[in-house]
Design a protein around this ligand. Structure first.
Ligand SMILES: NC(=O)c1ccc[n+]([C@@H]2O[C@H](COP(=O)([O-])OP(=O)(O)OC[C@H]3O[C@@H](n4cnc5c(N)ncnc54)[C@H](OP(=O)(O)O)[C@@H]3O)[C@@H](O)[C@H]2O)c1
Length: 308
């Protein structure tokens, strides 16, 4: 347990998946989490019990319980939570949403609070299937994560150190850039899990027990993620027959894929086209090879999504 707090104190409002994980990671990173509030008193107590030094406060007092108040409530609950915490003038109130901007905190701004957004690019899942995260897992979830931070200079000066304390990489973002930025993050997190499921089903059909298939898919994704982390751009980490310029390999895959459901075939086609375009742009393929590969895909799948 780390009791040498160098930053904070911070109050966490919203004892859901993000609030619970972030509070523990902040504490372990040396940030004092002094207060916790949530609509559900039981959940607030459960969170406070995991964070030494944190006390449960009523929602209506959370806005004056610490100089920085992080609203880790669901995106659609930000306005209501912000109203209910009664933020005092000078307090920094920030939400954790990547898709909403600081205008959701207008009620706090009207009371003289400084408003911001603190969005960790990490996927936290709270579900019965996964169980609750251990403190070490909470720490690992944020270490190395990018954090987009919205707010004026003074707000950023308060929020950047929180991201740094958990081993994150903060960067400033403008409200107008958030919708597309968040779409990219959401597509990556959601669709990579979907692709993993597709592979998992094939591995299960090939005889791998469920836990082996899950561990194996997770490991394979991690090696891809590690490769991406070592390069200046993900294009350098693309693998597979298309980016190798291997037309026979693509032809063989196209034959096999007919056994899969239509959506899986469509996914293959879209991803193959996309990978070709990126590899070409990154100079990993020349025009002539790309043309040959596109012809193989065209023979196998028809005109393709763009021509449909
Ligand atoms: N999960 C992720 O991977 C992730 C990643 C980046 C950012 N975020 C952001 O983090 C925030 C929280 O997401 P989450 O995944 O933690 O959601 P979650 O697990 O559904 O938790 C949301 C919590 O918000 C609380 N809440 C909702 N309305 C409230 C209100 N009016 N007043 C007080 N509390 C209220 C609920 O508390 P009670 O249980 O007490 O009712 C609930 O536990 C969102 O803005 C989300 O976009 C999440």
């Amino acid at each position: 347990v780390n009791d040498t707090h160098t930053t904070g104190p911070v109050a966490i409002v919203g004892a859901g998946g993000m609030g619970t994980a972030l509070a523990q990671a902040l504490h372990r990173g040396g940030v004092r989490v002094s207060a916790v509030a949530s609509r559900d008193a039981e959940r607030a107590r459960a969170l406070a019990a995991r964070v030494p030094g944190a006390r449960v406060v009523p929602l209506g007092e959370a806005g004056r319980s610490a100089p920085v108040v992080l609203l880790t409530v669901s995106d659609n609950g930000i306005e209501a939570a912000c109203e209910s915490v009664n933020a005092t003038a000078g307090t920094v109130v920030a939400h954790a949403s990547g898709s909403r901007d600081v205008s959701a905190l207008a009620s706090a701004a009207a009371r003289g609070a400084r408003v911001g957004a603190f969005h960790p690019l990490a996927a936290i899942v709270r579900s019965r299937a996964l169980g609750s995260m251990t403190p070490d897992e909470c720490v690992a979830a944020f270490r190395g994560a990018a954090f987009s931070i919205e707010g004026d200079r003074e707000v950023r000066a308060q929020l950047f150190p929180l991201a740094l304390a958990v081993g994150g990489h903060p960067f400033a973002i403008e409200a107008r850039d958030k919708p597309l930025y968040h779409l990219g993050a959401s597509m990556l997190a959601a669709f990579s899990a979907g692709l993993a499921h597709l592979a998992w089903e094939q591995w299960r059909a090939a005889g791998a027990p469920p836990h082996v298939a899950s561990a194996g898919v997770s490991h394979l994704l991690r090696t891809v993620a590690d490769n991406i982390g070592r390069t200046a751009s993900p294009a350098a980490a693309l693998t597979g027959p298309a980016v190798r310029g291997d037309a026979d390999g693509v032809r063989r895959q196209a034959e096999v894929i007919r056994a899969l459901p239509r959506e899986a075939q469509a996914l293959y086609r879209v991803h193959a086209d996309h990978s070709l375009a990126i590899a070409l742009q990154a100079g990993r393929l020349d025009e002539e090879t790309a043309r040959r590969l596109r012809a193989v895909l065209h023979d196998a799948f028809g005109a393709g999504p763009n021509a449909a």
